[in-house]
Design a protein around this ligand. Sequence first.
Ligand code: BGC
Length: 640
Amino acid sequence: MELLKGIRSIFIKALVCIMIISSLAACQSGNNSKQTSTSVNAVTSSPKSSTEITSTGSGQTIDQKVSDLLAKMTLDEKVGQMMQPTRDRLPASDIKKYFIGSVLSGGGSHPGNNTKEDWIQMCTDYQNAAKSTRLGIPIIYGIDAVHGHNTIYGAVVFPQNIGLGAAQDPELMTEIGNVTAQEMITSGVNWDFGPCIAVARDERWGRTYESYSESPDIVSSMCAPFIKALQANGITACAKHYVADGGAMFGVAGNKYPIDQGNAVISEDELRKIHLPGYEAAIKAGAKTIMASFSSWNGVKMHENKYLITDVLKGELGFKGFVVSDYEAVHQLKEGNLSNQVIACINSGVDMLMEPNHWKEIIGIIKDAVNSGKISKARLDDAVARILKVKFEMGLFENPLGDQKLAAGDFGEEKNREVAQKAVRESLVLLKNQKNVLPLKKNAKIFVAGPAANNVGIQCGGWTKTWQGGMDKNGSKWMEGTTILEGFQNMAKENGGTIITDPNKAKDADVTVLVIGEKPYAEYEGDDSKLDLYNGMALPENKKAIDEAKAAGKPIVTILISGRPRIVTNEINSWDAFVAAWLPGTEGAAITDVLYGDYDFTGKLSFTWPKSVGQLPINVDAMNGKDPLFPFGFGLKMKK
Ligand code: BGC
């Protein structure tokens, strides 16, 4: 088996090398032919191939390389760099035709059958097209690798950020950054739309799980090592969503959705104290890109907040990378017509536009605006120079597909899964343990119940294979991985224990383990006004399982699989132990390592756990006399 794996890995590496070599050969010939192409007409200085540019660049500082290159660019070439269409609507020939600077995979978007070879082929085609343009500027390809390289079936999927905020282990964040980067390089993409450094302040928000914590300190200390690790591997990081995306509250009038993309009605003092520190930490860690937020601050959309983007981010905080807009966010600006929206957005300091549908039209808009002076030449050049600088700094000219020496042999390698298993163990928070029901005895008879007990898709949540994620169905797993039930079954098999799943036999058990949770969701789809165990994003089968567990009449250990605290104030009285497992990802079986006592619990709440939804917002630095169910920082150990 091992031998087979080895041969397979060598074969795949060889294939990738062949693809890259042929890609470089194609680049070379592309460059040569492009020098005589018609797009040269508009250029003032004599055209140079990409090889010449990189070679004249040797010995120069990056800033010199950037200004040299910029000086050679036509208006079309500059505006093209600022565009980011989506892969599914972008033939490689359009890259060449429009000098496109970036491409993205929207949530779940993948080439062919989503195999490593499909990805390498697509990225090679795009990079070849880019290299075959007159100036041969490589593409920066963005994807949401927000808990591992989660778009790819077979990739290692880590706990969502909320679980990593509970783990509070900066070294683990470095390991996760390394694995994520290596799996990304395996597919040939070079830009991660992460980390999300939102400081979520209202758990009704569908993106709470993308947030490490309600506390800016935890957000800062988790994001910095992750950014450093990604970028040390040549993957560009993108801190998002600038700024105060987590500051919107439920029910604020004028929002498109109940809370997502909403309006943060907060003072500048609060914005600076709570939501800005993550960006200071990200910039200090070297983050090269930042994504603007869909949301507003006191009624002004972030995408047109010149004060926050240009004055504060680029000025005061000294951010030298580039700012990318969020998916079609420009179209939400108050100006109403696309032309004025784009002008307002770029003049506010956004440098690149994520535009799946309107990019061709927007190219025309920007060109007209530059020609008429509505966007200054200086602003245009600043945007393009920032993009080029990141491409130079990240080594894209040398390694457009990433440094393949750093690639993982394949997706989901065992050693990388072990990092995720460690992350799962560290992310668990023990909130109640009456009469020491935990740790479980390894030879115990255990009734494992509940809709989240045997479902990798539920464990992973949103941003897994697809934008919204999905559930295991008809015996087929949404993602390769292990379930919590499988963890129990393995442990019992090795130690003479018994696992019961039939509710009719529940009474034979010594203890019941009840695993309830939430459906997978992402963004506004996850906004939830009640946060109880039965409505909104709660799994509809929770109720039946809770009742079955009670009926069994044995001690109950409840594990909650959720992207945020949910209200358990009544139910917890009938549970002997309660574990918040967040959204642990593909390595569900690692939960049982802790439940059986091979490891102790170390996780601490990075969010205050409310008693009722009426207590929201409830945050450690703004308790206003409210008494939560569990305070921020709470987390028990089994061993005294
Ligand atoms: C999300 C971003 C994401 C982008 C690209 C948007 O809907 O708000 O977080 O990076 O899509 O997938």
